[in-house]
Design a protein around this ligand. Sequence first.
Ligand SMILES: [Mn+2]
Length: 450
Amino acid sequence: MAASRSSSAGQWFSPTDPLKYEGPKYTPTSRKPFGYRWYDANRKVLGRRMEDQLRFAVCWWHTLVWPGSDPFGGETFLRPWHAAGGDPMQQAMQKVDIGFELFRLLDVPYFTFHDRDVAPEGATLRESNANLHRVGERLAQKIEESGVQLLWGTANLFSNRRYMAGAATNPDPEIFAYAAAQVKTALELTHALHGQNYVLWGGREGYETLLNTDLKREWDQLGRFLHLVVEHKHAIGFKGAILIEPKPCEPTKHQYDHDVASVFAFLKAHGLEREIKVNIEQNHAILAGHSFEHEIALANALGVFGSIDMNRGDDQLGWDTDQFPNNLPQMVLAFLEIMRGGGFTTGGVNFDAKLRRQSIDPDDLITAHAGAMDLCARALLIVERIIDDGALADHVEARYAGWDSRDGKAILKGKRSLADLAAQVDRKHGEPQPVSGRQEYLENLINSYI
Ligand SMILES: [Mn+2]
């Protein structure tokens, strides 16, 4: 993919050449500290090159913006572009150089950003837009030089104080207008940079208490906002997908985009189910009380699957830890559902994941992303074996075979009334015979591929 080029980022990371596929004997303790054991970009898996199946993206915010802070302490990473008293625009340009150097070293095909990650907010919206356009020009140049592309762009409608009571769902229409203006610019920049999707994460689109909230008004405001975004997308000729990222809680107690099912109900209620799809995050799925694979399977079933944010939560913690993915059996089940649905079209695997705050070395960014990419590749190869072998699919098909019979089809086509079915049971006189679901056998079967 990316044409190799010299970097203006200097020698901030220790590797100088892009990581390569090193083969099945590779381990991180071997003489080369960085490489891929499973990720082989050009290898064909289930009909496409691995790079084209996985469509990996590095996210700007956790990778280049987050300084390692938590609610109990500040910055731990001490990145040079965070130096106090520095010129924010110069620091933004430095992030572009370091970001694209990381993409080159990882040999990753895509990245993702929020407007306020890439360029500093100014004193007015006009000033913020000017900043964003200046950095946008630099991004365009880097995209052109490197071949790395934009998977999706988005607008940060949650950090600034003005959005404390929501953006589209704010009680003040002037804030709705401000958010609309911000999305207009971010969508247009995404289009100009040939982004494949535009994501809306409703950071503060929710409420803390119904005592001060008119839920029906807020729900309708959000529907209107999404229509405006879709209308503008068509007006400017943006061909990418518009995606909503479900999340059940955090930052607000109740988010309107709780999970795939509630997002779909929302889209359907506002006539948007053919215009907007979902970007599903592992950690958000878990917080909503679902498995990641459930959310993917449901989105596929409803025709709204778009993209994924690949990360993981912590089994003992009930909040959004955004760790790099590291649980192979869970990843296999997620990729199985993605591939059962036919794989990605405009979407991809975005690592919405951050280092732990003690991982302060620049090279930790390479280690974390490379390990995650490698494990996704390993999961994809396992899924290829599950699909090619066919035993799992055969089992499920056999389980539902009755629905392919004449009687089964007639029920689904609406050709049987309740009375018909009662008469049918009467006629047959027998008790239907329950059949084992064989869950343990199927779990053993999946483990035999891993
Ligand atoms: Mn998250």
